[in-house]
Design a protein around this ligand. Structure first.
Ligand SMILES: C[S@@+](CC[C@H](N)C(=O)[O-])C[C@H]1O[C@@H](n2cnc3c(N)ncnc32)[C@H](O)[C@@H]1O
Length: 327
């Protein structure tokens, strides 16, 4: 017999291999008591009302209004979800075969890897998880329109010089979704900490000019690309006036967040601020205060990308509008 039961609180799906960071964030930043957390693989259910209206960084999507469905057949499970809304994405950690049969009975959703450039969907999507053979935890309302809150791209294993290219692709997709802006043909980009060249590679594919700054060179075919100017330098000691005007600033430099923040402030103090995308490298224990400072910068977001490691990404919509004749 079908039984649907609303649950208190929310459930949080950790990014892959980031469950321990999510637990740390829930307990040490949002005030959860670890004993209150229930684990379903990477899905962490926290029944306390403190879990409402939060979106931890290490969580890819939140099951905002979770409920359990107890069902006696695969068809019954699928029709219970279908009656609520069209789109449902599966997160499973057990009973994969049974879950696949339920998903097959639900309306089709695209779970394939995406091709960059890609526009984020704008249709709500639910999420569901089998917790035993006849019970699932689900939520029609989730915090992301992506299935389970994750982007995966079709990978190019031959051309980009490093896997870091996936990170900038994902960041650009989010930048476009937040701010409606994307690097355009012949725009100028400053890529700080560019070597071996994954980010520069993506920006060239989009038709941009790139000023690549690093202590080490890029791979040969990027060094000889006419749209690339390489500068062997400490990116953080370059003054704004040392370089030509740029539309976009990128940084993937490995450094303490404090150092990055100081550098960013130099750019924010300019009359024309370029768009910026910077990786915040987390070294050891996360300093929540400095992350809040990044978040509090107007026109900014801090997010964790599927392709980030122990990192967050700061996205900022600038004010620059370089005249074409500057190019
Ligand atoms: C994670 S790697 C960058 C990968 C690159 N985004 C890519 O897509 O291939 C970090 C780079 O930062 C560079 N780096 C570290 N400190 C730097 C600094 N102060 N100025 C410029 N580059 C720096 C390192 O040499 C290294 O190449």
């Amino acid at each position: 017999m079908l039984l649907i039961k609303q649950l208190k609180g929310c459930a949080f799906l950790a990014f892959e291999e980031k469950q321990s960071w999510l637990i740390d964030e829930l307990c040490n930043y949002f005030g959860a008591d670890k004993k209150e957390l229930v684990f379903y693989g990477n899905l962490i259910y926290w029944q306390n009302d403190l879990s409402k209206n939060i979106k931890p960084f290490w969580c890819s999507t939140v099951y905002i209004e979770p409920f359990t469905v107890t069902f006696s057949s695969i068809s019954e499970a699928a029709s219970a979800l279908k009656q609520m809304q069209r789109n449902w994405a599966p997160y499973q950690y057990v009973f994969f075969r049974r879950a696949a049969l339920v998903q097959k009975k639900l309306p089709y959703i695209n779970l394939k890897d995406r091709i960059f450039p890609y526009t984020l969907p704008k249709t709500p999507i639910g999420a569901w998880t089998l917790i035993d053979e006849n019970t699932m935890i689900a939520s029609a309302k989730t915090s992301s329109y992506l299935p389970c809150g994750r982007i995966k791209f079709v990978e190019d294993h031959e051309n980009p010089p490093s896997r870091a290219y996936l990170k900038i692709q994902e960041a650009l997709v989010h930048f476009q979704s937040f701010f409606g802006d994307f690097p355009k043909e012949n725009q100028r980009c400053f890529d700080a900490g560019a070597s071996p060249g994954g980010w520069t590679y993506v920006l060239l594919q989009l038709g941009c000019f790139v000023l690549a700054v690093d202590r080490s060179p890029l791979v040969d075919n990027l060094m000889s690309n006419p749209k690339v100017r390489f500068l062997k330098h400490d990116a953080f000691t370059l003054k704004c006036e040392d370089i030509e005007p740029v539309d976009w600033i990128f940084s993937d430099v490995i450094c303490y967040p404090e150092r990055l923040l100081e550098w960013i402030k130099m750019w924010l103090a300019r009359p024309n601020v370029p768009n910026m995308i910077c990786t915040i490298k987390i070294q050891g224990k996360i300093d929540w205060e400095i992350i809040k400072t990044f978040e509090s910068i107007p026109n900014s977001y801090v997010i964790h990308l599927n392709y980030n490691k122990h990192e967050l990404t700061w996205l900022h919509k600038g004010t620059t509008n370089i005249e074409q004749n500057n190019l």
